[in-house]
Design a binder for this molecule. Structure first.
Ligand code: AN7
Length: 351
């Protein structure tokens, strides 16, 4: 059996002799070389880190396995999180695997159907609130301060520890850190985790360079870019519809220490990148993941030269998470035919 994330990186994680070692198959995700977009942006070495290949279809599982293992080690008996969807799916799955009741507080009407379906299937206690993710996070913080319930949002440092392993894998696969890392930013835990991971990889001498961190928020939910809390965040990429990121200051640190930037992309740019990823690369990602790709395309169009550079774009979640949006895409060709091969041949001009 493949070595688990906890086992493989135990020396670099808060794993002790008392930490339960388990795995649902998280981590060790593929790094796939781009064809179409590499050509469009003039970069020979562009790679996608496919985090949708994790057990619940997003990067959250890397952090969740560590957070839940540490919760159990500390004697925790139940879990809670706020979520725009993926964290709740992941918490619910690991809660089910470990037999811990899991409560998720989510913004009503703003979690995509695939993610909600997961939380339902895994048997979480789902609380829908009339309000944003930011309000849900505030509620769950209070709830877990006052009660013996473990908070498994990325404000839990074990989540960041687990998520940093994605950087280790990138460095292992490339033999070095890339020159640039493009990544979507919501609550800003992941950009924080990647930067921590790259810095540790550098200190461990696994890489002699550090990447520039290139984060992207959606225009309607871009508090870090605008320098102010967004009271009513709005974007088609519901995963990153966040107006007051918990890891705001560490995202700024990652940006500034790495010499990178945090920018924003419009919903139209997100949708264009979302479609291009699927029909140009064969990689079906969720809209939030496409925000990083949209950022790459935008930076390239506005003069960033990627010639001779090694670039990694983090694809944070699977396209199947948001079936409603997926079904709004205009099909290339979808028509009804009679059950008759010759008619099909004629339509395809094969006979
Ligand atoms: C696919 O699930 O915040 O900047 O509650 O699901 O670390 O927040 C999800 C965030 C990017 C942003 N891509 O990462 C949640 C949640 C996808 C995501 C992000 C999320 P962070």
């Amino acid at each position: 059996m493949r070595q688990s994330l906890l086992e493989k990186y135990k020396e670099h994680l808060p794993v002790t002799g008392g930490t339960p070692m388990f795995s649902m198959g998280e981590g060790a995700t593929p790094l796939v070389k781009s064809r179409k977009i590499a050509e469009l942006v003039g970069c020979d070495e562009l790679y996608f880190k496919l985090e949708g290949c994790n057990p619940t279809g997003s990067f959250k599982d890397r952090g969740m396995v560590v957070a839940v293992a540490k919760a159990i080690e500390a004697g925790g008996t139940s879990l809670a999180c706020a979520s725009t969807g993926n964290t709740s799916a992941s918490a619910a799955a690991y809660g089910a695997y470990c037999g811990l009741p899991t409560t998720v507080i989510v913004p009503k009407g703003n979690v995509s159907r695939g993610k909600l379906a997961q939380a339902i299937a895994y048997g979480a206690r789902i609380m829908l609130i009339q309000g944003s993710f930011d309000l849900a996070l505030q509620m769950v913080r209070e709830l877990t301060e006052r009660n013996p319930i473990v908070l498994v949002n990325s404000v839990n440092p074990n989540r960041i520890q687990g998520q940093k392993t994605a950087s280790f894998e990138v460095v292992e696969d490339l033999g070095t850190a890339p020159d640039y890392l493009f990544i979507p930013v919501g609550n800003a835990g992941n950009i924080t985790a990647y930067w921590l991971g790259f810095k540790e990889a550098y200190h461990n001498e696994w890489t002699s360079i550090l990447p520039m961190m290139m984060g992207f928020q959606a225009e309607g939910a871009a508090p870090i870019v605008r320098g102010d809390v967004v009271a009513e965040p709005e974007t088609i990429a519901s995963a990153i519809r966040i107006g007051n990121p918990a890891s705001w200051s560490s995202a700024i640190e990652a940006r500034d220490e790495s010499g990178g930037s945090i920018g924003m992309v419009s919903d139209d740019e997100i949708m264009d990148a979302y479609k291009l990823m699927a029909n140009g690369e064969g990689l079906f990602c969720e809209p939030a993941s496409a925000a990083g790709v949209a950022g790459l395309l935008k930076r390239s169009e506005t003069g960033l030269s990627l010639e001779g550079k090694r670039v990694v774009c983090v694809i944070t979640g699977s396209g199947l998470k948001d079936p409603d949006l997926a079904n709004e895409v205009e099909p290339v060709w979808m028509e009804e035919y009679p059950p008759d091969v010759s008619v099909v041949e004629e339509a395809l001009k094969l006979s």
